[in-house]
Design a protein around this ligand. Structure first.
Ligand SMILES: [Zn+2]
Ligand SMILES: [Zn+2]
Length: 264
């Protein structure tokens, strides 16, 4: 078995200081030593496999050496449909970073509840096996994004990239920590989580896209606190970033890495 399977996650913790809730967003990496059947395929060079390690398809997504089209299959459990602004922002993020001359197509559809209050990486894989309908073929690469109707198996995680072409958003945790007068909107939280997880599928940071300059922060993340791929954003900074300002963007080091690995 492999013991280095990594799950790149975005973690949100809520603290209460006095009467005012403060929200801290951590981008953390959880390592799992769980023995998985699909670990055997982690070393596969097959560009059509969707069972490889996070980051291993970075060049295939960024360049069009092998794939000229990308399809995003966005599958949402009941009540977890992404805001239209999130989908638009996701598409433009990818269009500005990757080469796909035959375009980026987004398919959204409702999928049945997985019936759990908390989803483990195994649960996410099993669910994907049963419900994913679009797979890489010929010149088309496909990414599965599932918005589940529960939390992650460890608390306060907003999203996880768990395979080379798969990520999940923890819809219930996002809904419970967005909206209202003092919190960022659901659309902003959904968007920052989606783009962050896609950043991991694009191989950031140093998990499939080599670094031009060293800017490695905590495992799989950037060392720039203003970057989309930073591991942690302080409470007040995060609130102001998401509440009063646009979502964080990729910094210069992350952008250069993507260009250097075949992207824009
Ligand atoms: Zn992360
Ligand atoms: Zn960065």
């Amino acid at each position: 078995m492999s013991n280095n399977k990594s799950f790149l996650t975005m973690k949100l913790s809520v603290f209460f200081l006095g009467s005012k809730p403060l929200i801290v967003l951590f981008l953390i990496l959880l390592s799992s030593v769980a023995c998985k059947q699909d670990d055997d395929k982690n070393g596969s060079d097959d560009p059509y496999s969707v069972k490889n390690r996070v980051g291993s398809s970075a060049n295939d997504i960024l360049s069009e050496d092998k794939f000229t089209k990308l399809v995003l299959e966005i599958a949402y459990m009941p009540g977890m449909q992404l805001r239209s602004g999130t989908i638009n922002a996701t598409k433009s993020f990818l269009e500005s970073r990757i080469y796909k001359s035959d375009g980026i197509e987004v398919i959204t559809r409702e999928v049945p509840s997985g019936g759990k209050s908390a989803y483990s990486p195994d649960d996410l894989r099993t669910y994907e096996d049963e419900h994913r309908t679009v797979f890489p073929e010929e010149n088309t690469l496909t990414i599965w994004i599932c918005i589940v109707d529960g939390e992650y198996s460890s608390p306060n995680v907003l999203g996880v990239a768990y395979q080379n072409l798969s990520c999940a958003l923890m819809g219930e945790t996002i809904v419970n920590n967005s909206g209202g007068l003092s919190r960022p909107s659901r659309e902003k939280v959904e968007t920052v989580v989606t783009l962050h997880e896609l950043g991991h599928l694009l191989g950031l940071v140093d998990i499939g896209t080599p670094m031009v300059e060293n800017h490695k922060g905590k495992e799989g993340h950037c060392n720039n606190s203003n970057c989309l791929m930073y591991y942690a954003v302080e409470t007040t900074e995060f609130l102001s970033l998401l509440f009063n300002q646009p979502i964080p963007e990729l910094d210069g080091n992350c952008l250069v890495d993507l260009e250097n690995n075949g992207g824009r």
